[in-house]
Design a protein around this ligand. Structure first.
Ligand SMILES: NC(=O)c1ccc[n+]([C@@H]2O[C@H](COP(=O)([O-])OP(=O)(O)OC[C@H]3O[C@@H](n4cnc5c(N)ncnc54)[C@H](OP(=O)(O)O)[C@@H]3O)[C@@H](O)[C@H]2O)c1
Length: 241
């Protein structure tokens, strides 16, 4: 049985990724700020293998102590880390406000970079060929009005992922990004039907991207079947054009 650390487990894609991993028979260490009904249900279904910790990732200084020492424990090996938690600060660039931009960068960029640091140290300590998966967004590649600030955080993580792959590949550690298309989650709930249909019309499949398809791809990248895949951006985006 392997242990996987997943952020943003309380709802949406994070919850779906956790379910996929738990159904495969592995264990999940999940982090979010709140405990949702979805997460509680998952904990009831998999009481032995799902461990939950409430933590605000914008507190980057507490990650080593609260996540790696107290929650996981330095003696516990982890075999993969999924950087899924993120927030979207949507607005046009001329309305940019520094405190909101800084907070988004803490959650979407600085926290995952620090988590990667300690995940890699854990992999090395336990001689594990760990796999890191960052959830990116198609907005970093295609561009959408109002998403420049959010998309820039995803572009940063894609570059980080590729370079981590290069830096740590010699130890068998892999790093990939899954570039997700528009998914029906709370993150996208504020979009109007017109905005959604515009987005769907930019995809080959004319549809939202399914959580299952993204979660299945993440589970594959974490698995040994993906042992030769690293430094890649894997697009799961309904064929966005
Ligand atoms: N939805 C889309 O269309 C779309 C498209 C492309 C990529 N993505 C990416 O897919 C990933 C999952 O997004 P989603 O759509 O599932 O979003 P979501 O429904 O808003 O879920 C976000 C998750 O992140 C957690 N989170 C947010 N801020 C946090 C913080 N400061 N500390 C700890 N946990 C935090 C939330 O939990 P709490 O609120 O309980 O803390 C929640 O579990 C994100 O990386 C997102 O950028 C989404």
């Amino acid at each position: 049985m392997k242990n996987f650390l997943i952020t943003g487990i309380s709802r949406g894609l994070g919850c779906e990724i956790a379910r996929e991993i738990l159904l495969n028979g592995d264990a999940v260490y999940g982090i979010s700020r709140t405990l949702s009904d979805e997460a509680k249900e998952l904990a009831r279904d998999f009481p032995e293998r799902l461990k939950l910790r409430l933590y605000d990732l914008s507190d980057t200084d507490g990650i080593l102590k609260c996540v790696f020492k107290e929650f996981i424990g330095l003696k516990t090996p982890i075999h993969g880390y999924v950087n899924n938690a993120a927030i979207a600060y949507d607005d046009i660039a001329t309305n940019m406000q520094m405190p909101r931009l800084e907070n988004m960068y803490k959650v979407n960029v600085f926290a995952p970079m620090i988590m990667t640091k300690y995940a890699i140290r854990n992999f090395i300590l336990h001689h594990a060929k760990g796999s890191i998966v960052h959830i990116s967004s198609i907005s970093a590649h295609t561009g959408y009005k109002g998403l420049s600030m959010y998309a820039s955080t995803k572009g940063a993580m894609e570059a980080f992922s590729k370079n981590i792959a290069r830096e740590w590949g010699g130890k068998g550690i892999r790093s990939n990004a899954v570039v997700a298309g528009f998914m029906e989650t709370s993150m996208s709930a504020s979009l109007t039907p017109e905005q959604k249909s515009k987005i769907f019309n930019r995809t080959s499949l004319k549809s939202p991207t399914s959580l299952k398809s993204v979660a299945g791809t993440v589970a594959f990248l974490l698995s040994e079947s993906a042992e030769s895949i690293t430094g890649q951006n894997i697009f799961v985006d309904s064929g966005t054009i």
